[in-house]
Design a protein around this ligand. Structure first.
Ligand code: ARG
Length: 460
């Protein structure tokens, strides 16, 4: 054999140097090293139980793989790009260290089911880490929300002052977005947790293996039902990056608000120095770059989702080398998203709301006009008429450059003789938020209850 490649038998010439580096993936898939070696241990168990390996061969393989795992974990494994990928590197090293039994390990498997299994397991474990970091972010949100269940701020539609809300209620809206993301990850994990091992190259294997040995050893819930699909399916990467894209879209929306709130024009929050950076020319600047970067990186993750969909859309069954392109995109999407969740957690914990400024802005633009209409409805006026009367009151207040609650009862009585002194109670910001005390509403007491219930759910 003139080549060091494990597949070199039918080749008589060396691989072109450019082709060798063009096809190599070990510089990124070595990240699967530990999980791939663990998979190999589980596969050796399958081979032992089906009589391909003797007990002593099995023991030698397991011992050899454990040494390899230790070296990979210590960052001391000599990855060799001429051995293409993580799988051939590990197999070659095993053979080098234990000799003949190592040459039996690749019985009844292919790199095609090997890579599908290792990649899936790596992603499933990353999904656990991601869920844990989302829960940390949610915990930070609950802390701020509990502290600010009573803090009034303007609520917006069309980015125009709409109705007063509480800051705690706003943060709990963020909480809900991330709650759905956690449940999306749980759904994804359930669907993904199926072992492709045993699919071999594409058609299955002629050895009498029990696929459940590997499945159970690696903690999969079941085995794939079709070998062609087992090796060619990359839905699990696409779905995960889809979930990551949604998480990033949520983070980006939150960051957009952080950026707006932090501008002097809004002045709703102050970010600590440690989370901001300055300008090299304008000495006065303190910029919310962390939030801006999260917003910017969102495009990158969504781009990876597009990339993966394009990667798969033209591939005939079963495995094609195109699939090797799935890893860099998925790894980068994972790394980027987990960094951004961390950044958001720091922002949520670090921001301090300027409650007076929020209150001042919440009062502008007649935000209790709906409450005025609702009061009329409660006193027998049909909503459409009430809406019109309240609109007229807004127009008068605008003409006089005052807020609704600064109109007199006489002014209001000219619009409808139903009005009484008690209407002024519902025109205050406090009255407006307190009135919305149904489940899901912005009333301070309701928000406090929502925070408690969420804390309870996170604990279970
Ligand atoms: N490194 C490849 C990948 O990531 C697995 C190798 C499969 N190669 C092959 N010639 N069948 O997809």
């Amino acid at each position: 054999m003139t080549t060091n490649k494990p597949w070199g038998g039918r080749f008589s010439g060396e691989t072109n140097a450019f082709v060798e580096s063009f096809t190599a993936s070990v510089h990124f898939d070595s990240r699967l090293g530990v999980v791939d070696a663990r998979c190999s241990k589980a596969h050796a168990k399958t081979l032992l139980e089906s009589g391909v390996l003797s007990q002593s061969e099995y023991d030698a393989i397991v011992e050899g793989l454990e040494k390899i795992i230790t070296r990979i974990e210590a960052d001391d494994f000599p990855w060799d790009p001429s051995l293409e990928d993580v799988h051939m590197n590990i197999e070659a090293k095993l053979i080098e260290s234990i000799g003949e039994p190592g040459r039996k390990l690749h019985t009844a498997r292919s790199r095609n089911d090997q890579v599908a299994s290792a990649f899936k397991l790596f992603l499933l474990e990353s999904g656990d880490d991601l869920r844990a970091s989302l829960v940390e972010l949610q915990t930070a949100l609950l802390e701020q929300a509990a502290d600010h269940a009573h803090t009034i701020m303007p609520g917006f539609t069309h980015l125009q002052n709409a109705q007063p809300i509480t800051f705690g209620h706003h943060l709990m809206a963020w909480f809900e977005m991330f709650d759905r993301d956690v449940s999306r990850l749980v759904d994804w994990q359930r669907r993904t947790n199926v072992s492709p091992m045993g699919s071999a190259a594409l058609a299955g294997t002629s050895y009498p293996i029990d696929r459940s040995v590997f499945q159970k050893a690696m903690g999969f819930d079941g085995i794939s039902r079709n070998s062609l699909d087992g090796v060619s399916d990359r839905d699990y990467a696409i779905e995960l990056v889809g979930v990551l894209s949604t998480i990033m879209m949520h983070l980006s929306r939150c960051c957009e608000e952080v950026i707006l709130w932090n501008t002097p024009a809004f002045g709703f929050i102050t970010l600590p120095d440690e989370l901001c950076t300055g300008s090299s020319i304008m000495p006065q600047k303190k910029n919310p770059d962390v939030a801006e970067l999260v917003r910017g990186k969102t495009g990158r993750v969504i781009g990876h989702l597009n990339g993966l969909l394009m990667l798969m859309k033209g591939q005939p069954l079963a495995y094609n080398r195109d699939n090797q392109e799935d890893k860099e995109a998925t790894f980068d999407a994972l790394d980027t998203t987990s960094q951004c969740i961390k950044a958001m957690t720091l922002l949520v914990t670090g921001m301090s709301p300027n409650t007076e400024r929020m209150l001042e802005l919440a009062a502008q633009g007649h935000p209790t006009a709906t409450d005025l209409a609702d009061w009329l409805v409660r006193h027998g006026v049909p909503f459409r008429s009430a809406h019109e009367i309240s609109g007229k009151a807004v127009a008068i207040a605008d003409q006089r450059h005052v807020e609704l609650h600064q109109l007199s009862l006489t002014d209001l009585k000219e619009l409808s003789d139903v009005f009484e002194e008690s209407v002024f109670d519902c025109l205050t910001l406090e009255g407006s938020v307190a009135a919305r005390n149904h489940p899901g509403g912005t009333a301070p007491d309701t928000v406090a209850v929502a925070v408690k219930a969420a804390q309870e759910r996170l604990r279970t």
